[in-house]
Design a binder for this molecule. Structure first.
Ligand code: AMP
Length: 429
């Protein structure tokens, strides 16, 4: 079959890498793709948010399966438009993607169905929002309601900071229309984990647990990014917690979406805070996480096409999904300055050597080919992803491989995976 993968990040490269291993796949197109994907797929210069361009491309290339990576096209209805043309699609419908595209929709849904999440209020009136901040007092979290490329969340330690954040979102319109409404939330304490399930809308199957590292600097300091590294499994999610998350969060939310007439089909991602009150939902995402997708794809044994087909056809309950026992860790290499402004077009060396170990795959994010050389084209550039017998071993391999890669201004965190390694058991599975 012919497959079209939409997106250009490390997440999409890992999806292409996994799909390319399927005996059922004869050809992969990536739109727009990146220099890493180009080794496995034909990259076509159609942007991930060019809905009509993508529908046309899928028809022209007679694609059988389309896999949508990022959230923006899902919230714009890409999955619905592609499905209308009769092809199989992996990606949430526009209605279902509201679980990510509108934080107020997600929060209201959780409240109505008793799914544990931070206490919150939604405001479209600036004065009322200010009064609420004054009444509650810091620490608080202020969020723009709509999609803001992961940047519309302001963590405020004090009341002053929260009032400032309101000004940024509602007065200065720092996130544009995403800030028409704000959510003001209780500041949750604890350790974060990512919990994903495949679902066809009725049946659900969990993926192995993962943990992301959002902040730019070691020790979770500094600004939030798209993610600076991830590992799987995440030992913070003990077997008992796993059951609790499935029973109190994942099963109820999938059922709630069905009840609300927004059948959720695809991969559903819950960002969780594991604290004293047990697991609480920070947010839902209507797609794979990036970087979490990279270690997950390396751990997946089953043919991804079979899984996506079972989801699309409502037959997930018949699928037995298998995972490699190994742990896996992805270290993101970024360019200095990210998540602020940074240079582009810097020549990357050492890619071949870094990927020569069979337990290591270097997934590309912001890269492009320039006259036969691979150069940087984004803030997050590569995801050096390694398997190991434990998170500790996977971590060693990923860091060793990453040292072989160089460019001017290469930056990475030095503590990816340390929360797992430092737990009793030393990051063993
Ligand atoms: P979100 O885009 O909602 O996932 O938020 C981005 C990041 O902000 C999360 O991964 C958390 O690190 C942090 N965050 C969001 N909401 C809260 C909250 N209520 N309490 C503590 N941290 C939060």
């Amino acid at each position: 079959m012919k497959v079209l993968v939409i997106g250009s990040g490390g997440r999409e490269h890992s999806l292409v890498w996994k799909l390319a291993q399927s005996p059922r796949v004869e050809k992969i197109y990536a739109a727009p793709g990146n220099a890493g994907m180009a080794a496995l797929a034909e990259c076509v210069a159609v942007g991930a948010e060019d809905i009509e361009g993508l529908v046309k491309l899928a028809a022209e290339k007679a694609v059988d399966l389309a896999v949508v990576g990022p959230e923006a096209p899902l919230t714009m209805g890409l999955a619905d438009r592609l499905a209308e043309t009769g092809i199989m699609v992996s990606g949430a419908s526009r209605k279902a993607a509201r679980i990510e595209g509108s934080k107020s929709f997600a929060k209201d849904l959780m409240e109505r169905y008793g799914i544990p999440t931070a206490e919150y209020e939604v405001f479209d009136d600036y004065d009322q929002a200010r009064a609420y901040v004054g009444k509650k007092g810091g620490p608080l979290v202020v969020k723009a309601d709509g999609l803001a490329m992961g940047k519309g969340v302001l963590l405020c330690q004090t009341t002053e900071e929260a009032l400032d954040a309101l000004d940024q979102v509602m007065k200065d319109r720092a996130f544009g229309a995403a800030g028409d409404k704000v959510i003001i939330e209780e500041f949750l304490q604890g350790e974060e984990a990512s919990f994903l399930v495949f679902t066809d809308g009725k049946s659900i199957q969990p993926l192995p647990t993962t943990q992301d590292h959002k902040a730019i600097f070691d020790g979770d300091q500094g600004l939030n990014t798209g993610g600076m590294g991830a590992y799987s499994p995440a030992p913070v999610v003990t077997p008992a917690l796993h059951d609790e998350i499935m029973d109190k969060i994942m099963r109820p939310v999938v059922k709630a979406m069905e009840t609300e007439g927004s059948l959720y089909q695809g991969v559903l991602y819950a960002g969780l805070m594991i604290g004293e009150k047990g697991p609480q939902v920070i947010e839902f995402n209507a797609r794979h996480g990036d970087p979490e997708c990279q270690p997950l794809m390396m751990r997946l044994k089953t043919d991804l096409v079979d899984i996506l087909e079972a989801i699309a056809k409502g037959r997930l309950s018949e699928m037995k999904i298998e995972w490699h026992d190994s742990a896996c860790l992805c270290l993101v290499l970024a360019t200095e300055g990210y998540p602020g402004s940074y240079e582009k077009g810097l020549v990357i060396e050492g890619l071949g050597e870094a990927g020569s170990n069979e337990d290591v795959v270097v997934f590309h994010a912001g890269t492009r080919d320039k006259d036969g050389k691979i150069v940087t084209s984004g803030g997050r550039v590569l995801g050096v992803t390694a398997l190991g017998n434990s998170v500790a071993q996977a971590r060693d391999r990923a860091y060793q491989a990453a040292e072989l890669i160089t460019w001017t201004g290469k930056y990475n965190r030095t503590d990816i995976g340390m929360k797992a390694v430092n737990r009793p058991g030393g990051g063993m599975k």
